[in-house]
Ligand binder design. Structure first.
Ligand code: HEM
Length: 316
């Protein structure tokens, strides 16, 4: 009874509350931060004299208009375009750059399989299950070769996370710059995805019960949620508790990059310094005076200077 209430109800509720409050708090903080300077990162030909041609890549790498900036953000968010130009410099004896785009590959494999796993999870959160969720799950499952049917994104996510963690563990440079928090998120995500796969293939849980539990939690039917939580197996508790830790940790971790990318001035600003003056909207208002007021204040001196043909003698 107590186990079901704690792991199935209390911990998930606390985690969701921390997640929602934390994310809103962070976003308000970012939205209220001054951006005093134009600081988009650029690496293409800026819009300039008409005979300096710009190709399509320059438009995304050095966007000048709002739409070029939107295009740049689109490719960044959906294809991690800046990571795709990843190179590494090797000192002696090679002294050259080498392609390091495997990081892009691991990164994109992880993020897209996460997306597909979460779309598959909609079957626990929605009634009826959206048509695209079951269609995608069927389309991405390998049937007939192995028993049981393998859900490929669920396995790929574990492989991608293992590779991303191996990179931090076994490559000297990456190991040096890795913080405990870098390892922590990867271990946490690995634990979540491995426990999920354990449920899918080895320690079956009552999926109808899981769905009812989640729907009861989302409609605040706490009494029913506690009684269902008692009947579902312990592996689900592990999975759910790890997910709760992830949710509660999310707003305070580097995982907030998923929201932060939209607020990043190096990405979301067009590079139009030569066209518009960028004025920091947080600058204090300058209370200036008109020329007429100025003239009125210094009338005598200004008239005298004008009479002398604007020749000002140095004071002795
Ligand atoms: C409240 C949130 C969640 C619940 C209730 C939940 C529940 C479950 C259940 C019951 C399964 C077994 C599915 C089956 O037997 O067919 C599963 C599998 C899995 N879960 Fe979760 N899960 C949640 C969140 C997450 C999150 C956030 C992740 C990823 C970070 C994740 C990753 C996985 C993976 C990789 C599998 C195995 C592949 C699959 O069935 O899709 N889960 N989950």
């Amino acid at each position: 009874m107590i186990g079901g209430a704690v792991f199935g109800v209390v911990i998930p509720y606390v985690a969701i509350a921390v997640f929602i409050v934390g994310v809103i708090y962070k976003i308000i903080g970012w939205a209220n931060s001054a951006v005093p300077l134009k600081i988009p990162t650029t690496c293409g030909q800026q819009y300039t004299l008409p005979f300096l041609r710009r190709n399509i890549y320059d438009r995304f790498d050095c966007p000048q208009t709002m739409w070029e900036t939107v295009g740049r953000m689109f490719f960044e968010i959906f294809f991690f375009r800046s990571l795709f130009r990843n190179t590494r410099f090797y000192y002696a004896p090679q002294m050259k750059y080498k392609d390091a785009r495997w990081l892009w590959l691991f990164g994109i494999a992880f993020h897209y399989s996460l997306l597909l796993v979460l779309i598959d999870h909609l079957r626990f959160f929605m009634n009826p299950v959206p048509w695209f969720s079951s269609k995608l799950t069927d389309g991405l499952s390998l049937t007939g070769v192995f028993v049981p049917t393998l859900y490929l994104p669920g396995l790929l996510i574990v492989v991608a996370l293992a590779l991303l963690w191996a990179r931090r563990l076994f490559f000297g440079k990456e190991r040096t710059i890795s913080l405990p928090s870098d390892h922590f998120v990867l271990i946490l995500l690995l634990a979540i995805t491995i426990s999920g796969n354990l449920m899918r293939y080895f320690y079956k849980v009552d999926l109808e019960g899981v769905k009812e539990l989640i729907l009861c939690l989302s409609t605040f039917n706490v009494a029913r949620a506690v009684s269902i939580a008692d009947t579902i197996g312990p592996v689900l508790y592990i999975h759910l508790t790890l997910v709760s830790i992830l949710l509660a940790y999310f707003p305070f971790s580097k995982l907030m990059h998923s929201a932060g990318v939209f607020f990043s001035p190096t990405r979301n600003m067009p590079n139009d310094n030569r066209v518009h003056i960028h004025i920091n909207p947080w600058n204090p208002e300058v209370k200036g005076i008109t020329y007429e007021q100025y003239y009125e204040m210094y009338k005598d001196q200004l008239d005298e200077i004008a009479e002398n043909g604007y020749k000002v003698k140095p004071e002795v």
